[in-house]
Design a protein around this ligand. Structure first.
Ligand code: NDP
Length: 309
């Protein structure tokens, strides 16, 4: 019987632990930690993500503000907005919701954020801290996965970990975090030969690919822990019926709603082989925002000199 790793439980634990830290900041600094979010343009997905981030801030007593430049915003205008947020003493965290409108240079914009306020952990200085395993703000999704592994007491040291995906946001930082916890790490990507074979060696398999149900039963070593980062919305009937033939519950959801959210791991086959796995939805997706809150609080604590972490 494989165990479902419940992202909601982990999220609730993480967020519960945020509360006393926020209270301490308020008590000692006389103000709440503050997150500023820049949401440029009107991408509907981004709007939902930002609304959720603001809502969780409210629940935890973190102050937040939203800047909403138009779709036509220039790189120079975004740089000026970030400069202002960098300068403001009471702003602890700055988040630029991606993707930016196409004319804006994301790299330049992200690099302009003061590293101490870079709560997404994408600034080159924080990337460097991660590579060197020094304290710094870490990318939220892989940091959330490490929290999940820790809280479920899944051993990492000495284990063979395979990360599929090498993005700057998930795959690469994930591999580094597992490495720092002493896993033996392999990174796979679209040019990897024998992907199934590489994956089948993993005690811990992390799929961060963006391809629905790509990871099948034969990719999974019996008893392995499988972490599914993928968030893929299936809207095509033929694709859904072919991919989800063995997953009647998902297929029923598709037939009912006309779309269904599927991870990078096959939703039914994972349970046949894995020792433990994260579901989609209800797994990793819930942890990213929780870790953003942790990063905002940590940024405030460091900036206010309230902790040495
Ligand atoms: P990217 O598109 O940036 O990266 C995808 C990676 O997967 C690339 O490294 C790519 O390889 C690799 N890849 C693509 N196709 C294959 C294949 N057929 N075989 C092996 N490797 C392949 O995606 P992200 O890292 O940003 O996101 C990955 C997934 O995670 C997406 O579904 C995304 O929606 C989800 N996500 C979920 C989050 C959450 O909070 N749960 C947060 C962030 C992302 P190559 O480098 O060679 O192109």
């Amino acid at each position: 019987m494989s165990r479902i790793l419940d992202g909601k439980w982990v999220r609730d634990e993480i967020q519960r632990e945020c509360l006393p830290r926020v209270r301490k900041i308020v008590a000692q600094a006389g103000r709440a930690p503050r997150l500023a979010v820049i949401l440029a343009g009107s991408d509907p997905g981004s709007e939902i993500y930002v609304r959720n981030k603001v809502k969780v801030c409210q629940e935890l007593g973190i102050a937040s503000e939203k800047l909403t430049p138009s779709e036509s915003v220039t790189t120079a205008e975004l740089l000026a907005a970030i400069e202002e947020l960098n300068r403001r003493e009471e702003v602890d965290g700055i988040l630029v919701q991606l993707p930016l409108p196409k004319q804006a240079e994301s790299r330049a914009v992200l690099a302009a954020i003061q590293p101490e306020k870079d709560v997404d952990g994408f600034h080159p200085v924080n990337v460097g801290h991660l590579v060197a395993n020094r304290p710094g703000l870490r990318p939220c999704t892989p940091a959330g996965i490490m929290e999940l592994l820790r809280r479920y007491e899944i051993p990492v040291a000495g284990r063979r970990a395979v990360v599929v995906g090498r993005s700057d946001i998930v795959g690469k930082p994930m591999a580094l975090m597992l490495l720092h916890q002493h896993a033996t790490v392999t990174i796979c990507h679209s040019r990897t030969s024998n992907l199934a074979e590489e994956c089948a060696r993993a005690d811990i398999l992390v799929a961060a690919i963006g391809k629905p149900a790509l990871v099948r039963r034969e990719f999974i070593k019996p008893g392995a822990t499988v972490i599914d980062v993928g968030m893929n919305r299936l809207t095509d009937g033929a694709q859904a019926r072919s991919l989800l033939a063995g997953a009647p519950e998902k297929l029923a959801l598709f037939e009912k709603n006309g779309s269904v959210l599927v991870g990078d791991v096959h939703p039914a086959e994972v349970a046949l082989a894995a020792g433990a796995y994260t579901p989609v939805p209800g797994g990793v997706g819930l942890l990213t925002v929780a870790m953003l809150m942790v990063n905002t609080i940590a940024a405030a604590e460091r900036r206010l000199g309230l902790c040495s972490a």
